[in-house]
Design a protein around this ligand. Structure first.
Ligand code: AMP
Length: 249
């Protein structure tokens, strides 16, 4: 079984994003980029599945500009077998990503697609669900545990009320949540080995997919600055303020 893992290149989660001076978007030049953290978790899960004998091959796919090949190399250094890069602009929207991934799925015929639950740049949380809908495949979102059975998966999901366990038939789409696993670091020998692993190069137009934007971004702004807090002298004063000023009790 092939496991397909879509990996997105995003601003590194440790970097504080800056809005461009003309409010047209987030500044990306000279900013440290990295694999979306939920996608690292998805790669790790795919590798563990392969190591346990449940998968033959792990394929990482990334859609975006040429630099996305670095993100694929990171997945290859973690242990993925090969990569697919689909050249596109960096702000490609989830629907177009899902349509391109559908074409890759049709070519590669994976038994499982492990997607991140959301990309930390757009926070859309849409791609996995849209891909499942386009393929008419079962989906299990926000997975915190995946148990592979013969032709199905038992997936524990993180939901508002706690945890829910469902069973889905394969092939399936699973979106990976934070508590699923702790991704490994790529070792130096594996980083070297990854340089020799193949990355297939495609273009959105090769796949016949229209990647035109459906969303018009009007303006990007910094969140309002929080007001400074105050110190109170006693519990009584705190209770008075909560009652009379904040009116929360
Ligand atoms: P989103 O729906 O944008 O929050 O993204 C959810 C997940 O879809 C990500 O964690 C990735 O696994 C996948 N994905 C989104 N955009 C891309 C992309 N440009 N290339 C590869 N995978 C992507």
């Amino acid at each position: 079984m092939t496991v397909l893992v879509p990996v997105k290149r995003v601003i590194d989660y440790t970097v504080k994003g800056r809005v461009k001076a003309d409010n047209s978007g987030v500044e990306l030049s000279n900013v440290k980029m990295a694999m979306n953290p939920f996608d690292e978790i998805a790669v790790e899960e795919a590798l563990r599945l392969k190591e346990a004998g449940g998968a033959d091959e792990v394929v990482a796919v990334s859609i975006g500009p040429t630099q996305n090949q670095e993100t694929i190399r990171t997945a290859l250094a973690m242990g993925a077998d090969r990569g697919i890069h689909i050249e596109a602009s960096h702000d490609i929207e989830p629907l177009a990503v899902a349509k391109l991934l559908k074409e890759v799925v049709t070519r590669e015929n994976p038994g499982l697609v492990l997607v991140g639950k959301q990309a930390i740049d757009d926070d859309c949380n849409q791609t996995g669900q849209m891909l499942a809908a386009l393929l008419n495949w079962p989906q299990a979102t926000f997975a915190s545990k995946i148990l592979v059975k013969e032709k199905s998966l038992e997936v524990t999901r993180e939901i508002d009320e706690g945890l829910e366990t469902i069973e889905v038939n394969m092939p399936a789409i699973v979106t990976c949540d934070l508590r699923l696993n702790e991704p490994r670091y790529a070792s130096l020998p594996n980083i070297m080995k990854a340089k020799k692993k193949p990355i297939e190069q495609l273009n959105a137009s090769d796949l016949g997919v229209d990647t035109k934007s459906r969303i018009e971004q009007i303006k990007v702004e910094e969140p309002p600055k929080r007001k400074a807090g105050i110190k109170v002298a006693s519990v009584e004063e705190l209770v008075q303020k909560l009652k009379n000023e904040a009116k929360v009790i």
